[in-house]
Design a protein around this ligand. Structure first.
Ligand SMILES: *Cc1c(COP(=O)(O)O)cnc(C)c1O
Length: 235
């Protein structure tokens, strides 16, 4: 390995170790087992070489938020045993592409998107997992279904061919403590699960708020910065 790759590998390994410690501490505090948590490494803006290093270091799940970036990366990493998560806002005209590589789409927030994903999943002969993204701040322009619309959307996904309802996802709102917001998500998740027992996933928690997410029932964490470093700002 070149010195650059060796250094990057060590950097990512250190990030994984530190996140692992934080997960263990948060699980212990919440009386939960580490094995209940799936860590998704969010690789947006980072190169394929980082995806390969993550896989070498034992990461099994990676996430991306833009199809334009994710599609070629996933294709180039098709030899790796990775589960791909699509975590960004999704236009219906990208459904075909996303269904080609995503195992779990975290950002399903409207009936039209359910229809588009179902159509493309059937066409591709795939089953695609779907999480309902919930808006926790009454600002649905940032993506996410309003809490009052979640059960109806869950019914649509559960009934849609080619789709499997996995659970719910949210991003903590700006300017509010993440704990209470994630507690609301937990309640919504329980209501969904009552009607759809298989919908066990709660995708919540990023680099800055993973402990609060674990305290409130998160099963999947989406972590970028704490593993890979600060992303360059968009220009
Ligand atoms: C970028 C992103 C993350 C990761 O955020 P970090 O703060 O870098 O850990 C998680 N979820 C979504 C939806 C994202 O777009």
């Amino acid at each position: 390995m070149s010195p650059d790759v060796t250094a990057r590998r060590a950097q990512i390994a250190a990030g994984l170790a530190e996140v692992g410690r934080r997960v263990t501490d948060a699980c212990r505090a919440a009386g939960r087992a580490d094995s209940e948590i799936t860590l998704i490494a969010v690789t947006k803006t980072y190169p394929l070489s980082d995806v390969r290093l993550l896989a070498e270091l034992g990461v099994t799940d990676v996430g991306e938020n833009r199809d334009q970036e994710a599609a070629p990366k996933a294709a180039a990493a098709a030899d790796l045993p990775l589960t791909w998560h699509f975590v960004g806002q999704l236009q219906t005209n990208k459904a075909r592409s996303v269904v080609g590589y995503a195992d779990l789409v975290h950002s399903v927030d409207r009936p039209r998107l359910v229809e588009a994903l179902s159509h493309e999943a059937v066409r591709a002969g795939r089953e695609v997992g779907c999480l309902i993204q919930v808006s926790l701040d009454d600002r649905p322009e940032r993506g996410g279904a309003l809490p009052g619309d979640v059960l109806a959307l869950a019914g649509r996904i559960a009934a849609a061919e080619g789709l499997r309802l996995g659970g719910v996802m949210a991003v903590a709102p700006f300017g509010e403590a993440p704990g209470p917001a994630f507690a609301r998500l937990h309640e919504i998740a329980q209501a969904v699960r009552k009607e759809h027992p298989g919908a066990e996933i709660i995708s919540a928690g990023m680099s800055g708020d993973l402990a609060e997410a674990i305290a409130n029932g998160a099963t999947h964490l989406r972590v970028g910065t704490a593993l890979l470093g600060r992303r360059a700002p968009f220009v």
